[in-house]
Design a protein around this ligand. Structure first.
Ligand SMILES: NC(=O)c1ccc[n+]([C@@H]2O[C@H](COP(=O)([O-])OP(=O)(O)OC[C@H]3O[C@@H](n4cnc5c(N)ncnc54)[C@H](O)[C@@H]3O)[C@@H](O)[C@H]2O)c1
Length: 440
């Protein structure tokens, strides 16, 4: 099939590369000239495991092309995916300006009948806005071209995006006619060969499914973080409690790992957008509003632990941070808990040294107004540090050389925002070890 993908970010680029890998011809478009220039040179603008090989192979074969001109996609494609950002607007709602700009360009430039697929995460009712935008642009052209709009939310996880796209748990598609639904079934059939995981529904329900999924996952995280904080108050150990509850199959072990709050490009904005959608329809979403409040408070927990040891004023203290991205295996810094933590430390007069395996360049952008000393390896980052805070659980932090760590640091405080170790083990290495949900 001939496919256009508009937006070459974490979702668009992965989708384009995976569709091309399955034998389709894909034109991937972005308005960011530098991104497209890099892609044409075989340079991948984001870190995502496995993505560079897939992009380079398919680009070399000619099944994946890049362009800044939407016409290069519209002139050949039967199906066009909209995969641009839907950032949080000032009022917390999803900002649809990029989606509607693409819809406008499609209406102004389409040359034949098209199926247009909303892959961006968008509130219920967006497909209608996309239809209205395209139709009014066609009307101005006095064109009688026809088109169908489909909702196909994306569920990939950064860090495992290729695997998730190639072997999805489910493919959710909302369409209002059987012919378009069948076309989408055919397009996704190669990804669900072993067992059919295609779930067809109406457009409104498909749009809602994405928000409901992210709200559920965010709820699990805020739930365990709240339990962790109660554990700490009463003297229980959340590491035991987590295993105790996870063993119940109805609860399960996934997404009940205590930590320093969720971040990333999806949960914070999608939870906020769902709250906004509910309010706009006269419903007060008590539970989901609390999920967000708990998360905002949780992002302050690591700083409170630091203050509990050193007091409010951190002047003269050097704090080392391991891990900056919002989670491992990605360079994405959007809403990362490390940002709030570093801001608080610097505001309290502390000095920050930081290391991340992949997100240093992004971090420098997100923390551009804050003085941070960046290091190229995890041990030199510890030089003369009074404390180490582990924020992102990259694999290379799982079995560090504790003797080397101690020899570099001037203090012995180790605050672990991801509960990676057993307390006895770390204290036996000569550290004072504080975790989430365990009394220090
Ligand atoms: N990142 C994830 O893990 C993830 C997972 C599932 C769903 N989503 C959703 O997918 C959507 C895209 O997310 P992302 O993380 O890929 O965003 P992103 O910011 O990484 O990429 C968006 C891209 O769209 C481009 N763009 C903006 N306007 C354009 C236009 N008019 N024409 C062409 N390109 C344009 C931008 O330059 C950018 O490269 C969002 O709605 C997001 O919520 C993201």
């Amino acid at each position: 099939m001939n496919i256009g993908v508009i937006g070459s970010g974490y979702v668009g680029l992965v989708a384009a590369a995976c569709f091309a890998e399955m034998g389709n011809n894909v034109v991937c478009v972005d308005i960011d000239q530098s991104k497209i220039d890099k892609l044409k040179k075989g340079l991948i603008p984001i870190y995502e495991p496995g993505l560079s090989v897939l992009v380079r192979d398919n680009f070399t074969k000619g099944s994946l092309k890049f362009s800044i001109d939407i016409n290069d996609a519209l002139s050949v494609a039967e199906v066009v995916f909209i995969a641009v950002g839907t950032p949080m607007g000032d009022d917390g709602s999803a900002d649809l300006k990029y989606v509607l700009q693409v819809a406008q360009s499609i209406g102004e430039n389409m040359q034949h009948q098209l199926v247009i697929v909303d892959k961006s995460t968008v509130p219920v009712g967006t497909a209608d806005k996309v239809i209205a935008t395209i139709q009014s642009a066609l009307d101005i052209r006095d064109s009688d071209l026809t088109f169908n709009v489909v909702s196909n939310p994306e569920f990939l996880k950064e860090g495992a995006a290729i695997k998730d796209f190639m072997h999805p748990d489910r493919v959710v598609v909302g369409a209002d006619d059987e012919k378009t639904m069948q076309l989408m079934r055919n397009l996704y059939a190669p990804f669900t060969l072993s067992n059919d995981r295609f779930i067809g529904m109406d457009i409104c329900s498909a749009e809602m499914t994405k928000y409901a999924a992210n709200a559920m996952l965010a709820t699990k995280i805020s739930f365990i973080n709240e339990i962790a904080n109660i554990c700490e108050s009463v003297g229980a150990d959340v590491n035991h409690v987590r295993i105790g509850i996870g063993s119940d199959k109805r609860i399960g072990y996934q997404f009940i790992y205590p930590g320093c709050g969720y971040g990333g490009s999806c949960f914070p904005k999608d939870v906020q957008a769902l709250i906004n959608i509910a309010h706009n329809h006269g419903y007060n979403p008590e539970l989901i509003s609390s999920v967000e409040r708990v998360n905002k408070a949780q992002k302050k927990v690591l700083f409170s632990k630091l203050v509990s040891q050193f007091g409010n004023v951190l002047k003269g203290k050097k704090i080392a941070i391991w891990g900056l991205s919002f989670k491992p295996e990605t360079d994405d810094m959007r809403e990362a808990p490390s940002i709030n933590l570093i801001q608080s430390i610097v505001k309290a007069g502390g000095e920050v040294s930081a290391y991340d395996p992949k997100a240093m360049d992004e971090a420098k952008f997100y923390l551009k107004n804050i003085e941070v000393n960046y290091y190229n390896d995890k041990y030199s980052c510890l030089e003369a540090a009074d404390a180490l805070i582990l924020v992102t659980e990259w694999k290379e932090f799982r079995s560090p050389d504790f003797e080397l760590m101690k020899s570099k640091m001037s203090g012995n405080l180790f605050i672990d925002g991801r509960n990676q170790f057993k307390t006895d083990f770390i204290t036996s290495k000569g550290f004072k070890y504080l975790q989430i949900g365990v009394r220090g």
